[in-house]
Design a protein around this ligand. Structure first.
Ligand code: SAH
Length: 340
């Protein structure tokens, strides 16, 4: 069965063109798909024979809400979606003053193996399709009744480990006939796959790249993130500098603060030194505790922030949302898996 929802508009136009349909027909179908219809019968401005032909040839699946949790503290909503093959992934809808942001997953599980992350504990099951990613945005909005202004690729999975599909996803959500979300309203977070960062740079997109750094020294970073064992901090930051030079976009460096592991003054000093000449800012994240892991949140976030600022680094501290609903990093999927 053909999956029309994973096709950006030009691809859909070509596909329908091969079946003798004019370009405006593709636009009609694309609009219906991204309005969230659940059957081809609902595409009422298409002829009945065309609707039947599409229904015979194509799958049209709408993800089901397997679980939903809403934070009483701040209105954050977390969805666990069940997809056509029974696998589940999560998305989080966060309500900020600057708009509603949906954090989506790009893989079922993850194979990057970061030591503090719940999403990678059971490895990667499969990649998500472009349609499954865009559906998380569409249906988080529809299900909650809230408009979606921003997207962050910071849920389960490593976006640059599924880059071709992520690029299609970006075209779909960015399209005015699709979800119409501007590139400047999209952030993509990576654990630091340097070849793919270079590839992404060549696409010249205006999205925000976030790099999960978490430590300025190779010993600590390799301990936390297996990806660092082949690509050290220095090569990663060189790649980041190239990314900035090619795209003109400043990078956001994520830094999850872990007690006694990456929160020492010398690490703040080294981080500041290494970021010299690599325009960007540091986003300190209070560690979310994962049951299965030995790491604890740092108690030195403010001190670390001041130390970095003393060196002239721009620093923000991520506000914790949805603390009462497992709202982070694959925790809801883990819980559902444990309970089954
Ligand atoms: N694979 C991508 C995106 C998914 S994770 C990446 O590595 O960037 C999104 C962010 O949450 C990453 O910075 C990740 O390192 C961080 N993260 C994962 N587990 C965490 C935890 N327990 N506490 C705080 N941040 C965590």
């Amino acid at each position: 069965m053909t999956d029309l929802k994973s096709m950006p508009l030009p691809e859909l136009t070509a596909w329908l063109g091969e079946r003798g349909e004019p370009a405006f027909r593709a636009k009609q179908v694309f609009r219906w798909l991204w309005r969230g219809v659940s059957s081809f019968q609902e595409m009422t401005d298409l002829s009945r024979p065309l609707r039947e032909k599409l229904a015979g040839e194509c799958a049209l699946y709408v993800p089901a809400v397997a679980r939903k949790q809403e934070s009483r503290q701040d209105g954050t909503i977390k969805y666990l979606w069940r997809m056509a093959d029974g696998n589940c992934v999560e998305s989080v809808l966060m309500r900020y003053r600057h708009g509603n942001t949906v954090c989506i997953s790009c893989q079922v599980g993850c194979r990057m193996g970061c030591a503090f992350c719940a999403s990678t504990l059971a490895g990667r099951v499969r990649d998500l399709s472009a349609g499954e990613m865009a559906d998380q945005v569409l249906f988080s909005g529809k299900e909650s009744g809230l408009p979606v202004h921003n997207i962050v690729l910071m849920g389960i999975g490593e976006p640059l480990d599924n880059l071709d599909t992520v690029l299609k996803f970006l075209k779909i959500v960015n399209s005015p006939e699709g979800l119409n979300i501007g590139m400047r309203h999209i952030s993509l977070s990576t654990c630091g796959l340097t070849e793919q960062i270079d590839r992404l740079a060549r696409e010249g997109l205006q999205l925000t790249l976030s790099v999960s750094l978490h430590a300025p020294d190779d010993a600590t970073r390799s301990r936390l993130m297996p990806v660092n064992r082949s690509t050290g901090v220095e090569k990663l930051l060189e790649t980041c500098r190239r990314y900035f030079e090619t795209t003109g976009r400043r990078i956001s460096y994520e830094y999850a603060m872990i007690d006694g592991v990456n929160d020492a003054d010398w690490q703040a000093d080294l981080l500041a030194r290494r970021l010299k000449g690599v325009p960007g800012h540091v986003n300190l994240i209070p560690l979310n505790e994962v049951e299965e892991s030995p790491w604890r949140p740092s108690r030195r976030v403010a001190a670390f922030q001041r130390r970095l600022e003393g060196h002239g680094v721009t620093v923000t501290v991520r506000r914790r949302l949805g603390g009462d609903i497992d709202a982070s990093c694959g925790q809801l999927r883990r819980r559902a898996m444990r309970e089954q």
